[in-house]
Design a protein around this ligand. Structure first.
Ligand SMILES: [Zn+2]
Length: 488
C-alpha cells in the first residue's frame, strides 16, 4: 500500500509539474491534477459518444416538433437517458413532454437544462439557400435539437464519473419543452422542480462563443379579446357594435404608447381573429401580444398601461374586452462567478475550427441573406463586462435563474445572418451545428466537474446569487394548473 501511495504521489507530482506550463487556469497543486483528470475523462466520454449524439440531434432536427408537441423528441432524449442508467420521470409539471432524468445521490445536486422544440413554418434542407424540406412545416430555427443533446451528453459524462466513484453527488438533466412558446420552464419552476439544486447550467446555440454575462428581456404573453354585437353591415349597422373596432382602437393605442416607453421596451402583436366577412358587423375579435423590457419591474409598468388601453379601446367601440395573461418569463439573473468558470473551461477547450467547405457554406448563406460575408466565428470571445440592458430576446431560463444560480453559455452553431430562420435550420442539421454542440457539451461537462469538486467555486456562485435575490419572491406569470396543451 505504501509503495502504491508513493507511486501515486509521483504521478500527481508529474501531472502538477506539467500543469505549471499550462496557462493560469488551474493551480499546480496535486488536487488540481485530479480535477484535470476528471475533466479529461468527461471530455473523452463525450468524444466517444460523438456519433450517437449527432444521430440523436439529427433525429430531433428531422422531427422538428413545436412547443408541447415534442412527443418524439422528448421520447428520444428520455429513452437515451434511461439507457444510460438515469432514473427518468416523465410528464412533469403537467406537460407530457417534460421530464427529469436523475443519477447519483446526495449533494451537491447539479442540474442542466435541455430544450428540444422547433419553430413553425421554417422547414429547411441542409442547403445554403432557402429551400424548405416541406413547405410550411416547422424547423429548428433556434438550434434546440443541438441544445438538448449537448446538455444530455454532458450529463452522461458526469454520470460516468459518479458511477466510477470519481465524483460524489447528483446530476440531473431537465428535458424542458415549449421554450419558443408557452414558457415550459416557468411551469417547472412554479412546481418546485429546481428548488433543491445547488447550481444549474444551460447553453444556447448562437453566432458566437462566449460565457454569457448579459441578461435577457422579461416577457409577458397575453391576449385581448373583444366582444361586440353582430348586425347587418348595411341594413342596420347602428344596431351592431364592432369587436374589430375595439381591436383597432387597442392596437392604435399600443402604437401611441410606443412613443412613450423606454427604448428597452418591445411590444409586438398579431391579429388572431378579425371578423369573417365585411357585410357582418363582427361580434368577436382577438389580438395576441408580447411585451418585453429589460427587467420585470419595468415590464409590470408597461403591462398596466396595456390593460388600461384595452379597457379604453372597449369603451371607444362600445364593446367588452377581456385581457388574459397566457405566460411570460423573467429576465435572466446573471451569475458572474459562474460565467468566469464557464469561460475558463471554454478557453481550456479552445475555439471551434471549421473546414473551408463549412466556411464556404456559411458565406453562401450570408450572400443569400444579404449579410456581410464574414463566414463562421468559432473564436472564444473574451469575458466582457455585463451590459446595462440586454439585447432583444427572452427565455424561460430566466425563471430558473431566479430560484437557483444559473450559468449560461453561448456556442456558435451558425454564421451571422437571420436567427429564428432557415439559415439556423440548415446549419443545425450538419457539421457546423454538430461542432458547436460538441464544444457546448464538453464545456458544460468540464464546468460541472469543477462544480462537483470545488466547494469554494460553488460557494462563490451561491453567495453572489443570495446577495442578488435578497428579499425576492418568485411569482410566475403562468396560471395555476397545467399549461393549455395544443390540440393534436
Ligand atoms: Zn432558443
Amino acid at each position: 500500500m505504501k509503495e502504491r501511495a508513493n507511486y501515486m504521489k509521483t504521478i500527481l507530482r508529474c501531472l502538477a509539474l506539467s500543469l505549471l506550463t499550462a496557462p493560469s487556469l488551474f493551480s499546480s497543486s496535486p488536487v488540481a491534477a485530479i480535477e484535470i483528470k476528471n475533466k479529461e475523462e468527461a471530455v473523452a466520454s463525450i468524444e466517444k459518444r460523438k456519433a450517437e449524439m449527432i444521430k440523436l440531434s439529427d433525429q430531433i432536427w428531422a422531427f422538428a416538433e413545436t412547443a408541447l408537441r415534442e412527443h418524439k423528441s422528448s421520447e428520444a432524449l428520455s429513452r437515451y437517458a434511461g439507457q444510460q442508467g438515469f432514473n427518468v420521470e416523465r410528464g412533469v409539471a403537467g406537460m407530457p413532454t417534460a421530464f427529469v432524468a436523475t443519477y447519483g445521490q446526495g449533494r451537491p445536486v447539479i442540474g442542466i437544462l435541455g430544450e428540444f422544440d422547433a419553430l413553425p413554418g421554417i422547414s429547411q434542407k441542409v442547403s445554403p439557400v432557402k429551400e424548405p424540406l416541406e413547405a410550411g412545416a416547422p424547423g429548428h430555427g433556434c438550434g434546440h435539437n443541438l441544445f438538448g443533446v449537448a446538455s444530455l451528453g454532458a450529463a452522461i459524462a458526469i454520470k460516468e464519473l459518479i458511477a466510477a466513484g470519481k465524483l460524489k453527488g447528483t446530476i440531473r438533466f431537465y428535458g424542458t419543452p415549449a421554450e419558443e412558446a408557452g414558457s415550459g420552464k416557468a411551469y417547472m419552476t412554479r412546481d418546485g422542480l429546481f428548488k433543491d439544486l445547488d447550481v444549474c447550467l444551460a447553453w444556447h446555440p448562437a453566432t458566437e462563443t462566449q460565457a454569457d454575462v448579459d441578461s435577457t428581456q422579461a416577457l409577458v404573453d397575453f391576449i385581448v379579446e373583444f366582444k361586440g354585437k353582430a348586425a347587418h353591415a348595411a341594413l342596420d349597422p347602428w344596431n351592431g357594435r364592432s369587436a374589430v373596432d375595439g381591436l383597432e382602437a387597442f392596437t392604435h393605442g399600443v402604437e401611441m404608447l410606443r412613443e412613450h416607453v423606454k427604448p428597452t421596451v418591445r411590444m409586438h402583436y398579431v391579429i388572431v381573429k378579425g371578423g369573417d366577412v365585411p357585410n357582418v358587423v363582427p361580434e368577436y375579435a382577438k389580438v395576441w401580444c408580447w411585451a418585453r423590457d429589460s427587467k420585470r419591474a419595468g415590464m409590470e409598468v408597461v403591462l398596466q398601461r396595456l390593460r388600461e388601453i384595452a379597457d379604453g379601446a372597449a369603451r371607444i367601440a362600445g364593446v367588452e374586452s377581456k385581457f388574459t395573461i397566457q405566460s411570460g418569463c423573467y429576465e435572466i439573473l446573471v451569475n458572474l462567478a459562474g460565467a468566469k468558470l464557464l469561460q475558463q473551461n471554454l478557453e481550456w477547450l479552445g475555439p471551434i475550427k471549421y473546414t473551408e467547405q463549412e466556411q464556404e457554406f456559411a458565406r453562401a448563406i450570408q450572400r443569400a441573406t444579404g449579410t456581410e460575408q464574414k463566414g463562421l466565428n468559432g473564436e472564444i470571445r473574451p469575458l466582457k463586462a455585463p451590459a446595462p440592458d440586454p439585447p432583444g430576446g427572452s427565455t424561460d431560463v430566466g425563471d430558473v435563474s431566479w430560484v437557483v444560480p444559473t450559468l449560461h453559455l453561448s456556442v456558435t452553431t451558425a454564421p451571422e445572418s437571420a436567427w429564428h430562420a432557415w439559415p439556423v435550420v440548415a446549419c443545425g442539421g450538419m457539421s457546423i451545428g454538430h461542432k458547436g454542440m460538441m464544444l457546448a457539451s464538453k464545456t458544460l461537462a468540464a464546468t460541472m466537474v469543477d462544480l462537483f469538486e470545488d466547494a469554494k467555486a460553488r460557494e462563490a456562485i451561491q453567495a453572489e446569487f443570495n446577495a442578488k435575490t435578497k428579499g425576492f419572491v418568485y411569482k410566475p406569470y403562468v396560471a395555476d394548473g397545467p399549461p393549455p396543451l395544443p390540440k393534436e
